[in-house]
Ligand binder design. Structure first.
Ligand SMILES: [Cu+2]
Length: 306
Protein backbone atom coordinates (compact mmCIF):
# COMPACT_ATOMS: atom_id res chain seq x y z
CA UNK A 1 0.00 0.00 0.00
CA UNK A 2 2.84 2.27 0.89
CA UNK A 3 4.41 1.63 -2.49
CA UNK A 4 1.19 2.47 -4.36
CA UNK A 5 0.82 5.71 -2.37
CA UNK A 6 4.29 6.94 -3.17
CA UNK A 7 3.72 5.96 -6.78
CA UNK A 8 0.58 8.09 -6.87
CA UNK A 9 2.49 10.95 -5.25
CA UNK A 10 5.19 10.63 -7.83
CA UNK A 11 2.61 10.61 -10.64
CA UNK A 12 0.80 13.61 -9.12
CA UNK A 13 4.05 15.53 -8.83
CA UNK A 14 4.92 14.69 -12.42
CA UNK A 15 1.51 15.76 -13.76
CA UNK A 16 1.70 18.93 -11.67
CA UNK A 17 5.09 19.72 -13.12
CA UNK A 18 3.82 19.03 -16.63
CA UNK A 19 0.83 21.34 -16.11
CA UNK A 20 3.08 24.09 -14.80
CA UNK A 21 5.36 23.60 -17.81
CA UNK A 22 2.41 23.83 -20.21
CA UNK A 23 1.11 26.97 -18.49
CA UNK A 24 4.55 28.58 -18.69
CA UNK A 25 4.84 27.68 -22.37
CA UNK A 26 1.38 29.11 -23.12
CA UNK A 27 2.20 32.32 -21.26
CA UNK A 28 5.54 32.62 -23.09
CA UNK A 29 3.78 32.10 -26.43
CA UNK A 30 1.23 34.82 -25.55
CA UNK A 31 3.98 37.24 -24.53
CA UNK A 32 5.94 36.49 -27.71
CA UNK A 33 2.79 37.03 -29.76
CA UNK A 34 2.13 40.35 -28.04
CA UNK A 35 5.77 41.38 -28.47
CA UNK A 36 5.65 40.37 -32.13
CA UNK A 37 2.65 42.54 -32.93
CA UNK A 38 4.41 45.91 -33.29
CA UNK A 39 6.97 44.21 -35.55
CA UNK A 40 4.26 42.76 -37.76
CA UNK A 41 3.13 46.32 -38.54
CA UNK A 42 6.62 47.13 -39.86
CA UNK A 43 6.16 44.52 -42.63
CA UNK A 44 9.56 42.96 -42.07
CA UNK A 45 10.62 39.42 -41.32
CA UNK A 46 10.95 38.71 -37.59
CA UNK A 47 13.48 36.62 -35.72
CA UNK A 48 12.25 33.04 -35.31
CA UNK A 49 9.40 33.68 -37.71
CA UNK A 50 7.72 30.56 -39.06
CA UNK A 51 6.18 30.47 -42.51
CA UNK A 52 6.11 33.22 -45.10
CA UNK A 53 5.96 36.97 -44.47
CA UNK A 54 2.40 38.23 -44.27
CA UNK A 55 0.95 39.04 -47.68
CA UNK A 56 -1.01 42.21 -48.36
CA UNK A 57 -2.87 41.62 -51.64
CA UNK A 58 -5.47 39.17 -52.97
CA UNK A 59 -2.82 37.72 -55.30
CA UNK A 60 -0.49 36.90 -52.41
CA UNK A 61 -3.42 35.52 -50.42
CA UNK A 62 -4.13 33.03 -53.19
CA UNK A 63 -0.43 32.24 -53.58
CA UNK A 64 -0.22 31.46 -49.86
CA UNK A 65 -3.33 29.28 -50.04
CA UNK A 66 -1.83 27.38 -52.98
CA UNK A 67 1.46 27.04 -51.12
CA UNK A 68 -0.33 25.54 -48.11
CA UNK A 69 -2.29 23.18 -50.35
CA UNK A 70 0.94 21.94 -51.96
CA UNK A 71 2.53 21.51 -48.54
CA UNK A 72 -0.24 19.09 -47.53
CA UNK A 73 0.14 17.14 -50.77
CA UNK A 74 3.93 16.79 -50.57
CA UNK A 75 3.73 15.93 -46.87
CA UNK A 76 1.27 13.12 -47.60
CA UNK A 77 3.43 11.82 -50.49
CA UNK A 78 6.61 11.94 -48.38
CA UNK A 79 5.00 10.08 -45.46
CA UNK A 80 3.48 7.51 -47.84
CA UNK A 81 6.80 6.82 -49.61
CA UNK A 82 8.66 6.67 -46.29
CA UNK A 83 6.07 4.16 -45.04
CA UNK A 84 6.53 2.03 -48.17
CA UNK A 85 10.32 2.08 -47.76
CA UNK A 86 10.12 1.03 -44.09
CA UNK A 87 7.58 -1.68 -44.96
CA UNK A 88 9.84 -3.08 -47.71
CA UNK A 89 12.91 -2.97 -45.47
CA UNK A 90 11.13 -4.84 -42.68
CA UNK A 91 8.95 -7.24 -44.64
CA UNK A 92 11.22 -8.14 -47.55
CA UNK A 93 14.73 -8.05 -46.14
CA UNK A 94 17.18 -10.86 -47.05
CA UNK A 95 17.19 -12.40 -43.56
CA UNK A 96 13.44 -12.90 -43.57
CA UNK A 97 13.41 -14.14 -47.18
CA UNK A 98 16.27 -16.58 -47.73
CA UNK A 99 14.54 -17.70 -50.93
CA UNK A 100 13.75 -14.55 -52.98
CA UNK A 101 10.32 -14.14 -54.53
CA UNK A 102 10.21 -14.63 -58.31
CA UNK A 103 7.34 -12.14 -58.88
CA UNK A 104 8.30 -9.41 -61.38
CA UNK A 105 5.04 -7.95 -62.73
CA UNK A 106 1.66 -6.95 -61.38
CA UNK A 107 -0.54 -5.20 -63.92
CA UNK A 108 -3.01 -3.77 -61.40
CA UNK A 109 -0.30 -2.18 -59.23
CA UNK A 110 1.49 -0.81 -62.29
CA UNK A 111 -1.72 0.83 -63.52
CA UNK A 112 -2.29 2.31 -60.05
CA UNK A 113 1.22 3.73 -59.69
CA UNK A 114 0.93 5.36 -63.10
CA UNK A 115 -2.55 6.83 -62.79
CA UNK A 116 -2.45 8.04 -59.17
CA UNK A 117 0.59 10.33 -59.71
CA UNK A 118 -1.06 11.56 -62.92
CA UNK A 119 -4.21 12.47 -60.99
CA UNK A 120 -2.09 14.21 -58.33
CA UNK A 121 -0.28 16.21 -61.03
CA UNK A 122 -3.54 17.29 -62.65
CA UNK A 123 -4.87 18.28 -59.21
CA UNK A 124 -1.80 20.52 -58.83
CA UNK A 125 -1.70 21.78 -62.42
CA UNK A 126 -5.30 23.05 -62.62
CA UNK A 127 -5.24 25.41 -59.61
CA UNK A 128 -1.71 26.53 -60.48
CA UNK A 129 -2.86 27.56 -63.95
CA UNK A 130 -5.90 29.34 -62.50
CA UNK A 131 -3.59 31.24 -60.12
CA UNK A 132 -1.23 32.13 -62.96
CA UNK A 133 -4.05 33.72 -64.96
CA UNK A 134 -5.35 35.48 -61.85
CA UNK A 135 -1.97 37.16 -61.26
CA UNK A 136 -1.52 37.96 -64.95
CA UNK A 137 -3.67 41.07 -65.25
CA UNK A 138 -6.67 42.85 -63.86
CA UNK A 139 -9.79 43.71 -65.81
CA UNK A 140 -10.58 46.93 -63.92
CA UNK A 141 -7.67 49.06 -62.77
CA UNK A 142 -8.09 52.26 -60.76
CA UNK A 143 -4.67 53.51 -61.84
CA UNK A 144 -1.50 52.50 -63.62
CA UNK A 145 2.03 52.41 -62.28
CA UNK A 146 4.81 52.12 -64.82
CA UNK A 147 8.03 50.57 -63.63
CA UNK A 148 11.29 50.78 -65.57
CA UNK A 149 14.43 48.89 -64.60
CA UNK A 150 17.83 50.51 -65.15
CA UNK A 151 21.40 49.63 -64.21
CA UNK A 152 21.00 50.06 -61.23
CA UNK A 153 17.85 51.73 -60.03
CA UNK A 154 14.15 51.79 -60.72
CA UNK A 155 12.14 54.62 -62.16
CA UNK A 156 8.40 55.05 -61.82
CA UNK A 157 5.73 56.85 -63.82
CA UNK A 158 2.18 57.75 -62.87
CA UNK A 159 0.34 58.31 -66.15
CA UNK A 160 -3.09 58.51 -64.48
CA UNK A 161 -2.12 60.92 -61.69
CA UNK A 162 -0.44 63.78 -63.51
CA UNK A 163 2.03 61.96 -65.70
CA UNK A 164 5.05 62.61 -63.49
CA UNK A 165 8.04 60.30 -63.31
CA UNK A 166 10.94 59.88 -60.93
CA UNK A 167 13.94 57.72 -60.13
CA UNK A 168 14.19 55.60 -57.02
CA UNK A 169 17.69 54.99 -55.68
CA UNK A 170 18.96 52.95 -52.76
CA UNK A 171 19.92 54.90 -49.63
CA UNK A 172 23.44 54.70 -48.25
CA UNK A 173 23.74 52.81 -44.96
CA UNK A 174 24.06 56.09 -43.07
CA UNK A 175 21.06 57.71 -44.75
CA UNK A 176 18.95 54.59 -44.22
CA UNK A 177 19.80 54.55 -40.52
CA UNK A 178 18.97 58.27 -40.27
CA UNK A 179 15.62 57.71 -42.01
CA UNK A 180 14.87 54.67 -39.85
CA UNK A 181 14.66 52.45 -42.91
CA UNK A 182 16.13 48.96 -43.25
CA UNK A 183 19.63 48.79 -44.76
CA UNK A 184 19.75 48.08 -48.53
CA UNK A 185 15.94 48.22 -48.74
CA UNK A 186 15.16 51.88 -48.10
CA UNK A 187 15.13 54.23 -51.10
CA UNK A 188 15.15 57.99 -51.59
CA UNK A 189 11.89 58.14 -53.56
CA UNK A 190 9.53 55.29 -52.66
CA UNK A 191 6.60 54.20 -54.78
CA UNK A 192 3.36 55.48 -53.24
CA UNK A 193 0.03 53.80 -53.91
CA UNK A 194 -3.39 54.19 -52.32
CA UNK A 195 -4.74 51.41 -50.13
CA UNK A 196 -7.60 49.41 -51.62
CA UNK A 197 -7.10 50.71 -55.16
CA UNK A 198 -6.45 48.27 -57.96
CA UNK A 199 -3.06 49.25 -59.38
CA UNK A 200 -2.10 47.98 -62.80
CA UNK A 201 1.67 47.56 -62.88
CA UNK A 202 3.45 47.79 -66.23
CA UNK A 203 7.09 46.77 -66.17
CA UNK A 204 9.78 47.38 -68.75
CA UNK A 205 13.54 47.88 -68.93
CA UNK A 206 16.14 50.05 -70.65
CA UNK A 207 19.43 48.15 -70.53
CA UNK A 208 19.60 44.58 -69.26
CA UNK A 209 16.89 42.34 -67.84
CA UNK A 210 15.84 43.20 -64.29
CA UNK A 211 12.97 41.85 -62.26
CA UNK A 212 10.53 43.82 -60.13
CA UNK A 213 9.99 41.54 -57.18
CA UNK A 214 7.65 42.61 -54.39
CA UNK A 215 6.89 39.57 -52.21
CA UNK A 216 4.16 41.13 -50.00
CA UNK A 217 2.16 41.83 -53.18
CA UNK A 218 2.94 38.51 -54.86
CA UNK A 219 4.40 40.36 -57.84
CA UNK A 220 7.48 39.25 -59.73
CA UNK A 221 7.76 40.54 -63.28
CA UNK A 222 10.75 40.69 -65.57
CA UNK A 223 11.77 44.13 -66.80
CA UNK A 224 12.70 43.42 -70.39
CA UNK A 225 13.94 45.98 -72.93
CA UNK A 226 11.32 46.80 -75.56
CA UNK A 227 8.64 44.75 -73.90
CA UNK A 228 5.99 45.60 -71.34
CA UNK A 229 5.04 42.99 -68.79
CA UNK A 230 1.95 43.38 -66.71
CA UNK A 231 0.77 42.53 -63.23
CA UNK A 232 -1.47 44.12 -60.62
CA UNK A 233 -1.78 44.72 -56.91
CA UNK A 234 -4.45 45.81 -54.47
CA UNK A 235 -3.11 46.40 -50.98
CA UNK A 236 -5.45 45.53 -48.12
CA UNK A 237 -3.70 47.73 -45.55
CA UNK A 238 -1.46 50.75 -45.21
CA UNK A 239 2.23 50.28 -44.52
CA UNK A 240 5.68 50.15 -46.05
CA UNK A 241 6.54 47.13 -48.13
CA UNK A 242 9.92 46.15 -49.52
CA UNK A 243 11.17 44.21 -52.49
CA UNK A 244 14.27 43.82 -54.60
CA UNK A 245 15.46 43.25 -58.14
CA UNK A 246 15.70 39.48 -58.35
CA UNK A 247 17.23 39.02 -61.77
CA UNK A 248 21.04 39.10 -61.65
CA UNK A 249 21.58 42.30 -63.66
CA UNK A 250 25.21 43.25 -63.07
CA UNK A 251 27.57 44.81 -60.59
CA UNK A 252 25.05 46.71 -58.46
CA UNK A 253 22.25 44.18 -58.66
CA UNK A 254 21.86 44.03 -54.85
CA UNK A 255 21.56 47.82 -54.66
CA UNK A 256 18.29 48.47 -56.48
CA UNK A 257 15.63 47.77 -53.85
CA UNK A 258 11.93 48.53 -54.08
CA UNK A 259 10.05 50.47 -51.42
CA UNK A 260 6.30 50.84 -51.64
CA UNK A 261 4.40 53.11 -49.27
CA UNK A 262 0.73 52.23 -49.12
CA UNK A 263 -1.28 55.21 -47.86
CA UNK A 264 -4.90 56.33 -47.65
CA UNK A 265 -6.56 57.63 -50.80
CA UNK A 266 -6.53 61.22 -49.44
CA UNK A 267 -2.83 61.02 -48.57
CA UNK A 268 -2.10 59.59 -51.97
CA UNK A 269 -3.87 62.46 -53.74
CA UNK A 270 -1.91 64.94 -51.62
CA UNK A 271 1.35 63.14 -52.41
CA UNK A 272 0.55 62.97 -56.12
CA UNK A 273 -0.12 66.73 -56.24
CA UNK A 274 3.21 67.44 -54.53
CA UNK A 275 5.08 64.86 -56.60
CA UNK A 276 3.80 66.46 -59.79
CA UNK A 277 5.49 69.71 -58.77
CA UNK A 278 8.60 68.11 -57.34
CA UNK A 279 9.31 65.82 -60.28
CA UNK A 280 8.22 68.23 -62.99
CA UNK A 281 11.79 68.81 -64.15
CA UNK A 282 15.33 67.62 -63.73
CA UNK A 283 14.62 63.93 -63.77
CA UNK A 284 16.01 61.72 -66.50
CA UNK A 285 12.53 60.32 -67.04
CA UNK A 286 10.67 63.36 -68.34
CA UNK A 287 6.95 63.40 -67.62
CA UNK A 288 4.98 61.45 -70.14
CA UNK A 289 2.42 63.75 -71.77
CA UNK A 290 -0.32 61.18 -72.13
CA UNK A 291 -0.72 57.54 -71.38
CA UNK A 292 -1.71 56.85 -74.97
CA UNK A 293 -0.23 53.44 -75.43
CA UNK A 294 0.70 51.18 -72.59
CA UNK A 295 3.65 49.91 -74.58
CA UNK A 296 5.24 53.30 -75.16
CA UNK A 297 6.27 54.03 -71.57
CA UNK A 298 9.65 52.37 -71.43
CA UNK A 299 10.59 53.51 -74.89
CA UNK A 300 9.64 57.12 -74.09
CA UNK A 301 11.81 56.91 -71.04
CA UNK A 302 14.72 55.49 -73.02
CA UNK A 303 14.48 58.27 -75.59
CA UNK A 304 14.29 60.90 -72.87
CA UNK A 305 17.30 59.46 -71.05
CA UNK A 306 19.52 59.55 -74.13
CU1 LIG B 1 18.33 44.64 -61.63
Amino acid sequence: MDGMGSMRNLLGWKIGRWARGAATAALTALLLLAAGMPFAAAEEPRDWQLGLMAGATPVRERMDAFHDELLWIITAITIFVLGLLIYVMVRFNARRNPVPSQVTHNTLIEVIWTTVPLIILIAIWLPSLRLLYYTDRTQHADMTLKVTGHQWYWSYEYPDNGGFAFDSNVLSDGDAAKAGKPRLLGVDNPVVVPVGSVVRVLITGTDVIHSWYLPPAGVQEYAVIGRTNESWMQFDREGTFYGQCNQICGLNHPFMPIEVDVVSKADFDKWAAQAKQKFAQGQPGQPVAAAGSDRSGGLTLTAAAQ
